[in-house]
Design a protein around this ligand. Sequence first.
Ligand code: SAM
Length: 224
Amino acid sequence: MRVDLLSAVPQQFESVISTSIIQRARTKGIIEIVVHNLHDYATDRFKHIDDAPYGGGAGMVLQCEPLFACIEGLMDQRTYDEIIYLAPDGVPFQQSHANELSLKTNIMLLAGHYKGIDQRVRDTLITREISIGDYVLSGGELPALVVLDALVRLLPGAISDAESALDDSFMDGLLSAPQYTRPAVFRDMPVPDVLLSGNHAKVREWRLDQALRKTQERRPDLLP
Ligand code: SAM
């Protein structure tokens, strides 16, 4: 899979894409991540890529020219399954979207900035708009990294134990059961006996029961 990240402040991507699971997936050739600085597509010598909004008002808007130049230049080189704009007014991101995106071959993630991007880019080039929640961040870089991380960990070989992702919260419509590790007793707090029993069927039953209870308590909206 290849993911192109487009941004006016691409430095924000660096630490996340060069550490931990994402970096390992890149090293193993599971994912190729290419970062593009929108300032490289500016048409004036001052590298401006934003301008004041028509109709007045505060803030600046990312202009059509650099965005069309960058996105169309990439589209000339390969076919993109999705060209995604991260936007607070996009569709709220869910695990099912990450599952679906992890099966694609080429994805572009466009991070906005300032007041956002010119609507003509959204109307003509963007195939999908994703929000990571009902709040407004200063830029789309963190949302793009959220989407990227959620899908990279699903790629075969990206995490060492492939089954681990399968019983994470939301994968089966439930929140995850509690997890424990050594020691078996810590400050008078014992690990539930069933987890030490070695009886895998009982452990599965306990985890399902715990997952159902937690989901009922915290996210009843997830239950049918
Ligand atoms: N004027 C826009 C609005 O009210 O919808 C907000 C622009 S925001 C300050 C700047 C950029 O941050 C957006 O273009 C978008 O890329 C990104 N952004 C902010 N909050 C986001 C969210 N919750 N989900 C996804 N992207 C977000």
